[in-house]
Ligand binder design. Structure first.
Ligand code: ASP
Length: 341
């Protein structure tokens, strides 16, 4: 498997249009730009990397000779690490650029930074930035694929894809459908207002057929979000009723200007996921969290660590596979893979 040069031996390929038609985008800037079958295509591609990553030897060569730049203008632990691991497992040369070391701190505009990155002849650029839309701005300036690793409050597409992959794996383990989330009710609770994860997940989960409930204190719920088709709740107990999956989000204090909640204690009282509260959800409801977790605020440890219900560490595992799939698929044209140029 480590020396595969095409994905034509992928058994999932027969379920999707042939070649570039399966994923006709140069960049991955948001789930909002993807069709359902394109999401399913990326999930199917990632599946083989899940298995690849579970081997003891996991060094491939599909991206040998290619340079991937991870340009992170905001802090990150798991996303940066998993993009770095993903690129390296595919054989690419991976370079990480942290904001603290970049000329942005010296006043360079985002467009000049993009032009500079482009001049380095990167083969893929992964961007995390604090401003919504920054990834698209950079994508419009460069010649190589751009992957959004989180832009402001806008989108975090690889998080939503890895969440769908983790959820799908858990459902398959229970003998349920892999590709269709129809009939599933997923409650996302937390700081919806500032969360790009909530937005990307709403789009992704709905595209796969799920019913999504969003729950937050009124001050942390974006106005008009109902227009995106979500059920909106402010009472967490009601939002949990019969839910099949509960996805908890942290309070994104770094994005808050002013006081949005009375205190973390009060917040936990009303919106923290406790074992007792999980009892309102369906009997075998799954628990998810994109991390980083604030234990004792939005989620209690005895829920986060429930072996049979929490798939939080699986989400992290799936992150590497999804990012490998995205890097591999988006560089096919550059690598001259048949049918993708
Ligand atoms: N890691 C996710 C993000 O970058 C969630 C979070 O930070 O709370 O948006």
């Amino acid at each position: 498997m480590a020396s595969m040069t095409t994905r034509s031996d992928n058994p999932a390929s027969s379920r999707f249009p042939v070649g570039r038609q399966a994923f006709p985008h140069r960049d991955l800037t948001g789930i909002g730009r993807l069709q359902r079958h394109e999401i399913l295509f990326l999930l199917a591609e990632a599946q083989q990397w899940v298995e690849f990553n579970r081997q003891s030897a996991k060094h491939g060569d599909l991206l040998t000779g290619l340079t991937v730049i991870n340009a992170f203008f905001e802090n990150s632990t798991r996303t940066l690490l998993s993009f770095e691991i993903a690129g390296k497992r595919l054989g690419a040369d991976v370079v990480n650029m942290h904001a603290a070391q970049s000329s942005v701190k010296k006043g360079e505009t985002l467009i000049d930074t993009a032009i500079t990155l482009n001049a380095m002849r990167a083969d893929a650029i992964v961007i995390r930035h604090g401003s919504s839309g920054a990834t698209q701005l950079i994508a419009d300036q460069v010649d190589c694929p751009v992957l959004n690793a989180g832009d402001g409050q806008h989108e975090h597409p690889t998080q939503a894809l890895l969440d769908a992959l983790a959820l799908r794996e858990a459902l398959v383990a229970r003998g349920q459908s892999a590709d269709d989330f129809t009939g599933l009710t997923i409650t996302i609770c937390g700081d919806i207002l500032h969360s790009r994860v909530a937005r990307s997940n709403l789009l992704c989960l709905q595209a796969l057929g799920a019913t999504v409930r969003l729950c937050a204190p009124p001050a942390l719920m974006p106005t008009g979000i109902e227009a995106m088709g979500a059920e909106v709740h402010h009472d967490f107990d009601a939002a949990l009723k019969g839910a099949d999956v509960v996805m908890m989000l942290r309070l994104q204090t770094e994005r808050m200007s002013g006081q949005f909640i009375p205190s973390p204690r009060e917040y936990h009282h009303l919106y923290g996921l406790t074992k007792r509260r999980l009892g309102y959800a369906s009997g075998d409801a799954l628990v998810m969290h994109p991390g980083p977790m604030n234990r004792g605020v939005e989620i209690d440890s005895d829920v986060a660590d429930m072996i049979d219900r929490s798939i939080i560490t699986r989400q992290v595992e799936m992150g590497v596979a999804i990012r490998m799939a995205c890097l591999e698929v988006l560089t096919r044209a550059r690598r001259g893979v048949k049918g993708w140029s």
